[in-house]
Every structure is written in C-alpha cells, then in structure tokens.
Design a protein around this ligand. Structure first.
Ligand code: A2P
Length: 333
C-alpha cells in the first residue's frame, strides 16, 4: 500500500486537533506529517501516533516539500490564500472553510452522499458546512427513494462550531463573564444569528445550508429554507428537518430506508424516551436521527430530528473520510 505525505493546516484549532485524533483512529497510510498554524503557535509540540511533531508557521513555502494531501481548517482567508498555493505545488487540499465550497470547479463532498465527485478535483476539494453535512447524510436516501420537493431547516448549533473562542464564551459565560466571540451572552440564552447577516435578512450560515444542500444533492431546483440558531450546548449540532417528499411513503419503510443507509443511526423510541441528543452524539462519527413522524399538514411530509458531532462528522471526520476515499482513488492510478 502506498503511503502519503500529509499536512494539517490550523492544527492547534478545535477542528485541527480533532484531525489528528481521527487520523490516528482511522490509521491512514501516512509516511510523513507536517503541522502548520499561525506564527503564534510556531514551535509548539504535538504528539501523533506516539511521536512528537513541531508546529510550523504557515508560509508560502510550506508546500515546497512534495506534500501529497493537506487538510485545512484555519479559516476562510487562510484557505483563500494558501489552498491555491498548495494545489499549484501538486498537493490536494481538503478544505474545511467556506472559501471554495461554491466554486463550480471545486467538488463539495460528503462521502456517504457523493464520493464520486472527488474524482474531478483540480487540487482543492471542499468539506461542507457542519450543519449541511449531517442533514444531507439523512436526506440522500430519502431523495433517492421518494424524491424531495421542499426542505425546512431549523438548527440548534453548539458553541464549538464557533471555534475555541465560541467554546470559551460559554464556559466563561456560565461563570458570569461577558462574551468575547458572540455579540450577546450565550449562557442561558440562544442567538438566532450564526455568521453574518446578508441583505435579504438571512445569515450566511442559512444561505450556506441552502446552497450547499443543492450542490451536494446535485439538484438546483430543490426548494429550501433555513433558520440557524446558536444554543448554549458545548458540542454537537441538532436540527429539526421538515421534508416534503415527491412520492407517498409508508412510515415504517421510510424508517427502514434510513436504518439501512450508510453513516446513520436511527434512535427513535419515544415510549422509552429514546431520541438523539447532543450529549450522546459527542465523540461519535455517525449521524443520529429520531422523532421520525408524518407531517400531517401536507400530502407527503415527514419531520426528522437529526443530531451529530459537529467537530467530528461535521468537520474533522468528514474531511478524513474524504482523504480516505481520495487515497483509494489515488492508489488505483
Ligand atoms: P493559532 O492557534 O496559531 O492561532 P479555531 O477555529 O478553533 O480557533 O482554530 C483556528 C486555527 O487556525 C488555529 O490552528 C490557528 O492557529 C489557525 N490559524 C489562524 N490564523 C492563521 C494563519 N494566518 N496562518 C495559519 N494558521 C492560522
């Protein structure tokens, strides 16, 4: 089996640290590892597979060493600037920021949904927004079997999605301190505001969910609306997803379709208080779905409650799964 020279950019961050954990767990064929962050973290030491690595400052020359694959999670502006530099030098970037997701020349991939799109990459592959990933894992089997007319997303998103500073705002807020990252206290509160507001009154997070769902499912005609909300939960995003299907369905068949689909765990036993919750999803790589019930206000509608670890399946795990698929394709070349 071939081994690959791998880099992690933004390795000191919330997602970056989890990249290392997931890479270790899944035992990727890594021959050499290079770790990058900002100058603030240069010379910090991190351990991977029992070996110590020194974090380097990311510069324009960082990729001059025959790096095969780089996992990026250092924010949009870093990706905007450095992903093309890396790609130019023959490295394939898997980028967790929103910088390249809607670029028509960049595949946007969830391995359970559209792994084949990896093949047409030109050096950059985008990892979708965390809330989109967990939604499309569940929507894809329904889309294939019943067709989808319309989707209404309402999200309940954890503070870890806003990085280390978001996490600290909740920790410190619980002790009564003022927020630094969010515009209002998050402890004992919730904010119907994720990312910046745009001219039509939607936030960018809401627009990301709409556009990315269409791109990943490959259907620009899908009718979708979204409201995204930050809640005082440390980790794992929850979503209420209302779906109007094209075809009629039997509820048990629909549940079985979800049970058989890859990457999904159905937790749906209301009589025993069993339904997905953030505290149970944290640390897991699957997407959990429950509260599956008919929407009786339309001809063929269903309500779903979908929970996943936003740092793992919503970011690091999905990125590493893309790397695994990419390696599978590269091994065959
Ligand atoms: P650093 O820790 O040196 O600031 P999070 O979103 O969890 O806050 O993580 C952001 C990640 O992106 C961190 O690893 C951070 O490194 C990294 N980062 C921020 N700015 C840059 C930059 N200009 N160049 C490289 N890495 C950066």
């Amino acid at each position: 089996m071939k081994k690959y020279r791998l880099a992690v950019v933004g390795v000191t961050g919330m997602v970056g640290r989890t990249f290392l954990k997931v890479l270790e767990e899944r035992n990727l064929p890594v021959s050499e590892l290079f770790l990058f962050a900002s100058g603030r973290s240069a010379d910090r030491k991190l351990t991977f597979m029992g070996k110590e690595y020194v974090v380097e400052e990311l510069t324009e020359n960082s990729f001059d060493r025959g790096i095969d694959i780089a996992l990026f999670s250092a924010g949009g502006s870093v990706s905007q600037k450095y992903a093309p530099i890396a790609a130019e030098k023959g490295c394939i970037v898997i980028d967790n920021s929103s910088a390249w997701r809607m670029d028509p020349s960049v595949p946007l991939v969830v391995p359970e949904v559209n792994p084949e799109d990896i093949k047409w990459n030109r050096g950059i592959i985008a990892n979708p927004n965390c809330s989109t990933i967990q939604a499309v894992v569940v929507l894809k089997p329904l889309y294939d079997k019943y067709g989808i007319k319309r989707i209404v997303y309402s999200t309940y998103q954890a503070v870890s999605g806003a990085g280390m500073q978001g996490y600290s705002d909740l920790e410190n807020g619980l002790r009564g301190e003022a927020p630094k990252k969010f515009p209002h206290p998050i402890a004992g509160n919730l904010l119907p505001h994720i990312d910046v507001f745009t001219d039509n009154g939607y936030t960018k997070e809401e627009i990301k969910m709409i556009n990315e769902t269409r791109k990943i499912l490959g259907d620009q005609s899908l009718r979708i609306t979204a409201t995204t909300v930050r809640v005082p939960v440390f980790n794992s995003h929850s979503e209420s997803i209302n779906v109007e299907l094209e075809k009629p369905f039997d509820l048990e068949d629909l549940k079985n379709t979800l049970r058989e689909a890859p990457g999904i765990v159905v937790q749906d036993d209301p009589a025993n208080n069993i339904y997905p919750m953030p505290i149970n999803a944290t640390g897991r790589d699957e997407v959990f779905v429950g509260r599956i019930r008919r929407d009786e206000s339309v001809e063929s509608g269903v309500n779903l409650w979908v929970v996943a670890d936003n740092i793992r399946k919503g970011a690091a795990t999905n990125t590493v799964q893309i790397a695994e698929k990419l390696i599978e394709y590269l091994d065959k070349e």
